[in-house]
Design a protein around this ligand. Structure first.
Ligand SMILES: Cc1cc2nc3c(=O)[nH]c(=O)nc-3n(C[C@H](O)[C@H](O)[C@H](O)COP(=O)(O)OP(=O)(O)OC[C@H]3O[C@@H](n4cnc5c(N)ncnc54)[C@H](O)[C@@H]3O)c2cc1C
Ligand code: FES
Length: 338
């Protein structure tokens, strides 16, 4: 049976065996190593990694789950070994959990259009005698929500703050013909019970750092950034912070009302709204979020910590700008949203 060695970003080596007809993700879980993953069917892209050595076979996967440019890239839920493999993981050892993540029931409390083709969805934990009621998470994290009556799960980042009431708020952009989007548009109603798994993810603020922060959100990547900014506002944070929100078109930017509240609470915060292809009389920055980031760096006196959340192409573009400017990779904290 092939031996698999996983090498985490911080250099830890984790070994286990994997049958040739088994995928690496399942074999890792059987060995007590729970790796970041969600759909387990090659569509979310969360289990992506790089094979440094060894032969393998990849099962089918959805277009976009893996970048075409990423030659050594694999999805661990689709990767079966043909010999011993050494696999580089794009995250530190702390992200490899040693216990299964908690799943529990949540009830839909509110559903409302949020502009920019998105729905604001609020769920609340159903009472549980052992788990308590608090929604305990770190701003920037996400939950997996399952469509009622199915095993179909999707990741959504919380946009609110941790709270004692067990309330989780999401901003969910509707995708044409998408499974969860169709459930929300056609069937979801207040009182529906869903299974939520989490909290998950390490896209969180490094509060020990005194460097300036640049937070970049593309599309629905605004949700975790909003949670982070609400947290900073709550603590009346005074560290230099710059927010870049990117969208393809003006009407895809999230509503200005939310931003006005944050601007008032964080008066030192700079904001760039960047639109790649504005339709009409656009007064803001024209270009991609990566272009706006480049412009911001020109005026930033010190190398910042960079938090970037959005689709893979946006992440790659921002990371390329950061690399050109010699920003160390460990200062870039990213969340990839397919
Ligand atoms: C960590 C993380 C956090 C996230 N946070 C958020 C968030 O806060 N807000 C948010 O809106 N999203 C977020 N996402 C994205 C979210 O998880 C879903 O991917 C997104 O909502 C689409 O789900 P869906 O079920 O509606 O669409 P899916 O069913 O996944 O489909 C996506 C698209 O692919 C198309 N498609 C599906 N199947 C096929 C097929 N067989 N052939 C061709 N096309 C197909 C659909 O038509 C649709 O347009 C996050 C993702 C991750 C990984
Ligand atoms: S868990 Fe592998 S692509 Fe989703």
């Amino acid at each position: 049976m092939p031996d698999i060695t996983l090498v985490t970003r911080d250099g830890a080596r984790l070994g286990f065996a994997c049958e040739q007809n088994e995928n690496v993700l399942d074999a890792a879980a059987a060995a007590g190593l729970f790796l970041p993953a969600m759909c387990r069917e090659g569509s979310c892209g969360l289990c992506h990694a790089h094979v440094a050595d060894g032969a393998y076979e990849m099962g089918s996967y959805a277009k976009g789950a893996l970048s075409d440019a990423d030659q050594a890239g694999v999805l661990l839920c689709r990767c079966q070994p043909r010999e011993d493999l050494v696999i580089d993981l794009p995250y530190p050892q702390a992200d490899v959990k040693r216990h299964a993540i908690i799943s529990r029931e949540v009830v839909i409390e509110a559903l409302a259009p949020a502009g920019a083709g998105a729905m604001a969805v609020t769920v609340v934990y159903a009472p549980h005698s052992d788990l308590g009621q608090a929604a305990d998470f770190v701003p920037g994290q996400y939950m997996e929500l399952a469509i009622p009556g199915t095993d179909i799960r999707r990741a959504y980042s919380m946009s609110n703050l941790p709270n004692w009431d067990g309330r989780l708020e999401f901003l969910i952009r509707m995708q044409k013909d998408g499974a969860f989007s169709t459930y929300l548009a056609d069937r979801a109603k207040i009182g529906d019970v869903l299974i939520a798994r989490g909290p998950l993810g390490t896209f969180v603020l490094d509060e020990t750092s005194s460097r300036p922060r640049c937070l970049i959100g593309g599309g629905c990547g605004f949700a975790p950034v909003l949670s982070m900014l609400r947290h900073l506002a709550d603590f009346q944070d005074t560290q230099p912070t710059h927010l870049i929100l990117g969208a393809n078109r003006e009407d895809e930017l999230f509503p200005a009302g939310e931003l006005d509240v944050l601007r008032a609470a964080l008066p030192h915060m700079g904001v760039t709204l960047s639109v790649w292809r504005p339709d009409g009389d656009w007064q803001g920055f024209t270009g991609t979020a990566a272009d706006a980031f480049e412009q911001y760096l020109e005026s930033c006196p010190e190398t910042p910590d960079v938090y970037v959340c959005g689709p893979p192409r946006m992440l790659e573009a921002v990371k390329a700008v950061a690399q050109e400017r010699s920003i160390p990779p460990e200062r870039i904290i990213s969340e990839r949203i397919l």
